[in-house]
Design a protein around this ligand. Structure first.
Ligand code: NAP
Length: 516
């Protein structure tokens, strides 16, 4: 949406294709009950227009999916964005022509268009992943994936409901489903670390302060590590004594943010022993909330460092397991066997009878949506071939062999490790400047060199290897999709450093690129 706005300002003609029937992206698709953002409203909004910032009023600390969707609609109306969007249309292929210095794009509606620039704003979590289990088609009840939740309400009242998965989506959904379902069965393979959101309405005073302070707040966010302003930790968890650590972790827990606990000390994401102190703190919270010690132990993550799989924010998640109508099945003890006509059978032979089955099984993240269309660059090289062993990019924005193609929050950029609004705006602005500079220089194409791309990929890997992130089987590494190449796909140097690097590259005449 911001690309459309920004490119129009350059006087370019813009055509956007969108698979959904309207704007909103992830917030159009992920409309399961309980869906809300886990970045605070003050941060999860556009900063590019001061009036927009001032006229929109968020109602809660963490906005719900319907509220974010109305915000997206408001932005689309305000800037008249829809006239450049073709909805309910998927791009099926894009092919570069060196002779014409342009991309030819085809859609599932049989259209063919040409464009000088191709901007892939496909999102990182938009290609759904199904569980690898036989029999899904035989189930006679209702099956829904959180990432493609129907627009009509899914009736769970008095029904036997099953949820496969316990990531962010499930953790938001489970407490809500439990309130209406006759019985809720949760199938958990890997427990997540989740912190209480402490969500609350925003009062007038908070809103006033927020709006008054926007310019300074945004400026700080742009130079921060993760796109949200967090006071930097200056000491090691291992230098603190037990009581001091406990106090700091309790404070962070009560603070109700995604990053508070993980940023309590400066070595939590780089030192396993330091990390374990925070992990153990959360396990103690779980044990204190969950009545049944066996259930608490099943919910306690022990197989990966805290934070190395994306942490979650919740409202009443652990307490939900104290309800009589909720059962937790640990798939590490009894793996999924098959889905039958009537429910889910686990390896011990038990059939869990269900009316509704919710797949909260996540996404083929980051590269999945970029590899869905058949993208063919110079000399017939497809992106699928170029990335057969994992994604390679220069700055997470461009790919060698694919001139004039840009990836918004692509692999190799800070992307999903950050507040996406900050990262999206920075990418759109960099791309717009790049296109403007090419125009001013009367050049028609820009392409990353292989050397610059290799150097960037090596840097991304080197930084990741200094952290604990690659230690988990997460969607950050591709490990959640069988057969997907493994490797940590994101730049962990922080959005401030990254923004400065991108700006330097441009200022140095697009260092690492060939322009024609
Ligand atoms: P996810 O984090 O990838 O979680 C998927 C869950 O499904 C995991 O627990 C996974 O277990 C399980 N699973 C997958 N395949 C399975 C199988 N064959 N059998 C059993 N279990 C299986 O997906 P998500 O919850 O949709 O979240 C994805 C990301 O979207 C989040 O990390 C976050 O970045 C974003 N998100 C954000 C919000 C928010 O802002 N509040 C809300 C929702 C999502 P394993 O861990 O064992 O693979």
């Amino acid at each position: 949406m911001y690309s459309i706005y920004r490119f129009r300002q350059l006087g370019l003609s813009v055509r956007a294709f969108e698979a959904a029937a309207d704007v909103g992206g992830t917030w159009w698709w992920n409309r399961y009950p309980g869906a809300r953002c886990d970045i605070q409203s003050i941060d999860y909004s556009y900063s590019f227009d001061e009036q927009l910032e001032q006229e929109w009023t968020w109602s809660e600390r963490y906005a719900t999916q319907p509220e974010i969707l109305s915000y997206a609609n408001h932005v689309a109306d305000r800037f008249d964005l829809r006239r450049d969007v073709q909805f309910e249309t998927r791009v099926t292929s894009a092919t570069w022509s060196d002779d014409d210095q342009s991309w030819t794009v085809t859609t599932d509606r049989g259209q063919t268009l040409t464009a000088r620039y191709l901007v892939m704003a496909v999102g990182c979590l938009s290609t759904k992943k199904l569980p690898e289990i036989d029999g899904l088609d035989s189930f006679v009840g209702t099956v829904v994936h959180t990432g493609q939740w129907p627009h009509e309400p899914v009736d769970v009242l008095g029904k036997r409901v099953g949820v496969i998965g316990t990531g962010s989506s499930a953790i938001q959904l489970i407490p809500i489903l439990a309130q209406s379902a006759a019985h809720l069965t949760v199938f958990q393979r890997t427990p997540a670390f989740t912190f209480p959101a402490k969500n609350a309405p925003l009062d007038d005073e908070q809103l006033r302060a927020m709006k008054q302070n926007y310019p300074a707040h945004r400026a700080a966010a742009r130079q921060s590590f993760g796109g949200v302003v967090v006071p930097p930790a200056t000491s090691s968890a291992l230098d603190a004594d037990e009581a001091e650590r406990q106090q700091r972790y309790e404070q962070a827990w009560e603070g109700g943010t995604l990053h508070g606990l993980l940023a309590a000390y400066n070595d939590l994401m780089v030192d396993e022993r330091a990390n374990e102190t925070a992990a153990e703190f959360v396990r103690q919270q779980i044990a204190a909330i969950v009545d049944d010690p066996q259930v608490a132990e099943r919910l306690a993550p022990r197989s990966y460092p805290i934070g190395s799989k994306r942490a979650c924010l919740d409202t009443n998640y652990y307490a939900t397991y104290n309800r009589d109508n909720v059962t937790l099945i640990d798939l590490r003890e009894t793996p999924l066997d098959v889905i039958t006509e009537g429910g889910v059978r686990t390896a011990d032979g038990t059939v869990h009878e269900l009316d509704v089955l919710v797949l909260a099984t996540g996404f083929d993240a980051i590269t999945g949506p970029l590899l869905e269309p058949l993208i063919t660059g110079r000399d017939g090289l497809t992106l699928r071939q170029a990335w057969a062993d994992g994604p390679h990019t220069y700055l997470g924005l461009t790919v060698a062999g694919f001139p004039n193609m840009f990836t918004i929050t692509g692999p190799g950029s800070p992307s999903v490790m950050t507040n996406m609004m900050v990262s999206i705006e920075q990418h759109v602005e960099w791309i717009a400047q790049c296109i403007a500079d090419l125009g001013a220089a009367e050049q028609t194409s820009i392409e990353a060199t292989v050397d610059a791309q290799n150097e960037w990929s090596a840097l991304v890997t080197m930084i990741a290897e200094h952290t604990l992130y690659p230690r988990a089987n997460s969607w950050y590494t591709g490990a959640n999709v069988p057969g997907k190449p493994r490797g940590f796909m994101l730049y962990l140097g922080g959005v401030g450093n990254y923004r400065n690097t991108c700006a330097e590259v441009a200022a140095e005449g697009y260092r690492g690129f060939t322009r024609r």
